[in-house]
Design a protein around this ligand. Structure first.
Ligand SMILES: Nc1ncnc2c1ncn2[C@@H]1O[C@H](COP(=O)(O)OP(=O)(O)OP(=O)(O)O)[C@@H](O)[C@H]1O
Ligand SMILES: [Mg+2]
Length: 499
């Protein structure tokens, strides 16, 4: 056995009355990649934040290379060699890749930026992650999310990180980009780094990890070498339940057309062929594609959040004329945005306020707002999606990432929209609750709603949707019944190889 590079023992952390971590201990050796899994709210992000200096533990100790380690800020942790990659990347879009990598590192000492040195270091650290040669002088916004993520990892490397922790790094990557990340992580481990990765995609663990730790209610309930980490075992450890009914099927049949979208040409490239899609009542249409393929933009244009261009949208045969979210909502459209932080939820408000703000009517009788009924309705949705805490009075900001996603989804269902536009509805959600969300989507279709759902996770699309449309570089490449697609044909179409 290699000696541990990093060790934590008895880590405890509470937020007010919520005990997020209850005495967590584990070790990571140099050259080891450890996967950290657990249900939403199990304490994974809290643990990583403590490792990376963003939170302080209430009790317990950490050791780095044999010396006590108790960082009092992320900067302090980075200085000691522990870097964290958050799911929301910290990239300056207008700075070049090289400048982004140099941010916060020693290359800018003496107040002078040595451009050649910065470029050289950037190229060197990117080369450690992948063979792809990138133009480090171009601004970050011109690159895909996956490249931006590599830039963030490269930044950590250029500050000589010894321990790298990543919180749900693959949740918005397509399969090819995820594979590229795994190769990069393996390469880093090969150079002696200790790596800890949080993920909800249990089937991908063997592709990058050597070992695993399962957290449940803030405590380690299972750990071991990756050879012992079958998805069934992990799910049982995470939740105490078994993995049956992973993709529940709710019978539903398609009726008349409810949503029709005609865009004469693709979103940006004027020479691209147009997008023409329609969805019927009782139908679930999936949107597949790699990150940046234009699915989110498409949903946002339909809903009226982004300028619609020359496109036309008909709902129930009648055209939307103003193309503004207010009109869309009035006509029965609902959007679950990919970005729950800025568009989805009011972080400072309670769950019940968030759930019901835009749908108060059912609770108002003779001008009264029935707080009791409102709270009951909100509580029922939260319980169904296993939201933790399920207390309608809790504030959104106190919830873990996956639990916030559940609230955003519950809110959309609660609004009673006829056309549901869902952008990555299960992003960051644990496996058990994913099944609940699939079930709820199926039930909405069975109630005669039209559902459009964008997802980067092909198995999810193949199981949940009736038809799947594939986007590539802002264009609609193909649309066909889900039964005619496979993971590999979706990937081929999404990468522009076929059909
Ligand atoms: N700032 C906060 N204030 C109050 N409670 C918090 C805060 N941050 C986290 N918590 C609580 O701590 C617990 C652990 O949350 P954490 O974010 O670590 O979960 P997680 O395992 O990362 O979940 P997910 O998979 O949903 O991201 C949860 O019960 C959460 O509600
Ligand atoms: Mg988290």
């Amino acid at each position: 056995m290699r000696p541990p590079l990093f060790r934590l023992a008895g880590i405890t952390k509470s937020f007010g009355a919520t005990r997020a971590l209850a005495g967590v201990s584990f070790e990571v050796a140099a050259g080891e990649v450890r996967a950290l899994v657990g249900e939403n709210g199990a304490g994974k992000s809290t643990l990583l934040s403590i490792l990376a200096g963003a939170h302080r533990a209430d009790a317990g100790s950490m050791e780095l290379a044999g010396a006590p380690f108790a960082p009092n800020s992320p900067r302090d942790a980075r200085r000691r060699g522990v870097a964290m990659i958050h799911q929301e990347l910290a990239i300056a879009p207008d700075l070049s890749l090289a400048e982004n990598i140099a941010l916060g590192s020693e290359a800018s000492r003496w107040g002078v930026l040595n451009r050649d040195a910065i470029r050289g270091r950037a190229r060197e650290s990117l080369a450690r992650l992948s063979d792809e040669v990138l133009d480090v002088d171009r601004p970050a916004r011109e690159f895909s999310l996956s490249v931006q993520q590599q830039v963030e990892i490269a930044r950590a490397l250029s500050s000589d990180a010894r321990v790298l922790v990543l919180d749900e790094p693959t949740s918005s990557l397509g399969p090819a980009d995820a594979e590229r990340l795994f190769r990069a992580l393996r390469a880093l481990a090969g150079r002696g780094l200790a790596v800890v990765v949080v993920t909800h995609f249990l089937e991908e663990l063997p592709r990058f990890a050597d070992s695993f730790t399962v957290l449940r209610d803030g405590a380690v309930v299972a750990e071991g070498p990756i050879s012992e980490a079958s998805p069934e075992r992990l799910v049982r450890a995470m939740s105490g339940r078994s993995l049956e009914m992973f993709f529940p099927r709710v019978p539903h049949t398609a009726g008349e057309e409810l949503l029709a979208v005609e865009e004469p040409c693709g979103s940006s490239a004027t020479d691209a062929p147009g997008i023409s899609l329609s969805v019927r009542r009782g139908e679930i249409l999936g949107l597949a594609g790699l990150v940046g393929a234009g699915r989110s933009e498409f949903l946002r244009r339909v809903f009226g959040l982004d300028p619609p261009g020359a496109g036309r949208v008909r709902v129930g045969g009648r055209e939307l004329t103003r193309r503004h979210p207010r009109e869309s909502i009035a006509r029965g459209l609902g959007l679950l945005s990919e970005d729950r932080k800025t568009e989805g939820l009011a972080q400072g408000l309670s769950l019940e306020d968030n759930l019901t703000l835009s749908a108060l009517e059912p609770y108002a009788r003779w001008g009264w707002l029935s707080l009791r009924r409102r709270r009951e309705a909100a509580g029922a949705w939260l319980a169904r999606l296993a939201c933790k805490p399920a207390d309608p009075r809790a504030r959104v900001a106190e919830l873990s990432g996956g639990n916030q996603q559940k609230v955003a989804f519950a809110r959309l269902l609660h609004q009673g929209a006829q056309v549901l536009l869902l952008d990555e509805p299960t992003r960051g959600v644990d496996v058990a609750t994913k099944a609940e969300i699939y079930q709820a989507i199926g039930e909405e279709a069975a109630r005669g709603k039209a559902v459009v759902m964008a997802s980067s996770h092909f198995p999810e699309l193949l199981h949940v949707c009736d038809r799947i449309a594939v986007f590539q570089r802002g264009r609609l490449r193909a649309v066909a019944p889900a039964s005619q697609w496979s993971e590999s044909s979706l990937l081929a179409a999404a990468s522009g190889v076929a059909p």
